[in-house]
Design a binder for this molecule. Structure first.
Ligand SMILES: *[C@@H]1O[C@H](CO)[C@@H](O)[C@H](O)[C@H]1NC(C)=O
Ligand SMILES: *[C@@H]1O[C@H](CO)[C@@H](O)[C@H](O)[C@H]1NC(C)=O
Length: 368
């Protein structure tokens, strides 16, 4: 009973935070966002949900199953990281919910998702006119599925959030598993007088699911305008991980970035600069104290200048600061960071990990 009450409180949809004059903003699970409110017995046959409105607060289309964590008929095992229930989207199936938002505001959805049988499963997230396809073939953590974020800008005061399985597998019961959906309004940060970098310590970012110790994966090809990590672009092919100080060691503040996919994932930002002026780029490199050991290296790029920063991780949550001077070549300068190497956790070879990046700072310096 006690657990249930705690859950209802954390799931409460509208939270008023910050100073009294700040408007309410969304932060937390969507309604029945972790699928713990189940269907009526008449709305489900074995695991298959019957009808559009079989699952409270959601609208269903196609073959959607209601799954309980643990061993499944047919010998599979589903780990459900957030609560005990999840939905599985069959071929071309989808679930949706409408959400009240503020037009023009930036939001991030955070959701737990994993593939079930097929290697090439994709989860499509739609918040029209925005959409994203999330390939699920890379498993970033081996136990209990991964948590992802998707950012969007609201175009009206009500949006429809849809999760869709665009695939067609031979077995209709194959398809991605979705086990929790949360939302958070984000505040686009601005550069300050003593730092040209927006959101320099990664403090503004997507919601961390309650009790999720995996961090939140930020999928690649996020445009700056709708990035779930305001100010930053996630480049290349794979995700970077947004980590919180509750479950990881972060060098400063409440959050940082873990570069979990080697050269296949980079994080970048475009700064406003003055051509031919010199700038000093400073950043912190460390390890998250999460069993990620070895010789690491972060490569940083700014205009035509680069720096490789080696860091030897003993998994103790240490960090160090590096800096270099670069010369801006135009009014816009891209700064980029990636990890030179791939790493996996010593206690779990199935979980990708890597160096931590935090406290990025760019300031003009005198010409020398
Ligand atoms: C989070 O974990 C704590 C301790 O294990 C548990 O009491 C609580 O119910 C969990 N909350 C949710 C929302 O799962
Ligand atoms: C850049 O900033 C760092 C940290 O403040 C400082 O240690 C370093 O000397 C600076 N480098 C230059 C070239 O100004």
């Amino acid at each position: 009973m006690e657990v249930k009450i705690t859950f209802l409180l954390t799931a409460s949809f509208l939270l008023l935070t910050g100073p009294a004059f700040a408007a309410t903003f969304l932060e937390g699970y969507l309604d029945n966002g972790n699928f713990e409110e189940g269907p009526k017995p008449t709305d489900i046959k074995k695991t298959v949900l019957k009808g559009k409105y079989a699952l409270p607060k959601w609208e269903l289309n196609g073959f959607v199953e209601y799954i309980s964590a643990g061993p499944q008929p047919g010998g599979m095992y589903f780990a459900v990281a957030h609560g005990v229930h999840a939905v599985r989207l069959g071929n071309e199936a989808s679930i949706s919910q409408t959400v009240k938002v503020k037009p023009g505001a930036l939001y991030a959805l955070t959701f737990g998702a994993s593939r079930t049988c097929a290697q090439d499963e994709v989860l499509r997230v739609l918040v029209p006119p925005q959409k994203g396809d999330l390939p699920l073939q890379t498993l970033y953590s081996s136990n209990g599925g991964d948590t992802y974020a998707f950012g969007f800008v609201a175009t009206s005061n009500v949006v429809t959030v849809t999760f869709h399985n665009p695939g067609i597998q031979e077995d209709p019961a194959c398809g991605p598993l979705l086990d929790a959906v949360a939302i958070k309004e984000l505040f686009p940060p601005r550069p300050t007088r003593d730092n040209l970098v927006k959101n320099p310590g990664f403090e503004e970012g997507p919601y961390h699911l309650v009790n999720s110790s995996h961090g939140v994966l930020l999928p690649p090809r996020q445009e700056d305008l709708t990035s779930p990590l305001p100010g930053w672009i996630i480049e290349s092919l794979k995700a970077v991980k947004f980590i919180d100080s509750k479950h990881f060691n972060v060098p400063s503040g409440f959050a940082a970035i873990e570069l979990v996919a080697g050269r296949e994932s980079a994080i970048a930002q475009i700064l406003r600069t003055v051509p031919n002026k010199f700038y000093n780029l400073t950043f912190t490199v460390g390890d998250a104290k999460n069993g990620c050991h070895g010789s690491m290296m972060i490569e940083a790029f700014a205009a035509k200048d680069t720096l490789k920063v080696p860091f030897k991780s003993e998994g103790k949550g240490r960090f160090k600061t590096a800096s270099f001077k670069f010369k801006a070549l135009s009014f816009r300068t891209r700064i980029t960071f990636f990890s030179s190497f791939y790493h996996t956790r010593t206690d779990d070879f199935g979980s990708l990990c890597g160096p931590v990046l935090d406290q990025v700072r760019v300031v003009p310096v005198a010409h020398m």
